[in-house]
Design a protein around this ligand. Structure first.
Ligand code: SAM
Length: 270
């Protein structure tokens, strides 16, 4: 999969993509990344990317021309003829649709995504209307620029791509995971190794050595060797944590009859 980022701060990305899973994916070529300086697409001596807002008001607004030129330079077709099942232009914006794991899964099926990072008061609206295919927000708060948001979205998508995570099942077992957690090509012929898929809930709690730490013990059930008991305990803990921290996920989660019984008991205990 190929990602492009258009930004006024290309050096911003020197760090975030060098490490861990994403760093290895880039090194191996499974993921490709192009960072493009917006100022290279200006046509004045001062490389001006922003201007004052029409109608008055605070701050400066990113001009449309450099952003349009940047996208055109990448060989991306015009919005009206673009095949958005293969390639998309995304404007990072606090006014966008909220990014989540479902959208990450959907976007992992694309071949190329171009991210446009806003700054200042935002971006001339013609970019959203006539250049970008979608506006994405990473949460209900305002950042100073789209760069952090682009890094977040790319990280979440890239780890769902075939071969990027070491263990093929990992994405399925994580928080918000589902049977579609990996691309169909990866899952085909691979029945779940774990019986603890999160199926839309938060992940279950994890523990490692030492079994005793400052008087805090690892739950005994995890050392009992009974896989069915461990599965039941993990599912119950995933339900309990989801109920405590993100109850709204329970309405959309893939709950079995057993889950509903456990949930009822947990709610009664509250
Ligand atoms: N005036 C804008 C508003 O109130 O919606 C905020 C502009 S913000 C200071 C500058 C840029 O940061 C935006 O153009 C966008 O690219 C990025 N940004 C800010 N918050 C974001 C969020 N929650 N998700 C994604 N991008 C965000």
């Amino acid at each position: 999969m190929h990602f492009d980022i258009v930004t006024i701060f290309p050096q911003f990305f020197d760090g975030p993509f060098r490490f861990g899973v994403l760093g290895r994916a880039l090194e191996s070529g499974r993921v490709q990344l192009g960072i493009h300086s917006l100022r290279e697409f200006t046509d004045d001596r001062h490389k001006t990317v922003d201007d004052r807002p029409f109608g008055g008001g605070e701050g400066m607004v990113l001009k449309p021309e450099p952003l349009f030129r940047a996208v055109e330079s990448l060989g991306i077709p015009e919005k009206t003829v673009r095949d958005t099942a293969r390639e998309r232009v995304v404007l990072l914006s606090a006014q966008g649709i909220r990014f989540n794991q479902k959208l990450a899964r959907e976007m992992a099926g694309l071949e190329r995504v171009v991210f446009l990072c806003g700054r200042y008061e935002g971006v001339d609206e013609r970019v959203s209307d006539f250049l970008a295919d979608m506006e994405i927000s990473i949460g209900d708060y305002v950042l100073s620029g789209g760069e952090l948001a682009a890094a977040v979205v790319i990280d979440a998508i890239a780890r769902l791509l075939p071969g990027v995570l070491g263990n093929k099942q990992s994405a399925r077992n994580e928080s918000f995971g589902s049977d579609e957690a990996l691309s169909p090509a990866t899952v085909q012929g691979d029945p779940p190794l774990s019986t603890c898929d999160s199926l839309g809930l938060l992940d279950y709690p994890h523990y490692t050595r030492p079994p005793q730490f400052r008087g805090y013990s690892v739950p005994a059930v995890l050392s009992c060797g009974n896989h069915e008991e461990i599965r039941r305990w993990r599912r119950e803990r995933a339900l309990a944590k989801t109920l405590r921290n993100r109850p709204e996920l329970l309405a959309e989660g893939d709950l079995s009859d057993e889950d509903r019984r456990v949930l009822k008991r947990l709610q009664d205990e509250q």
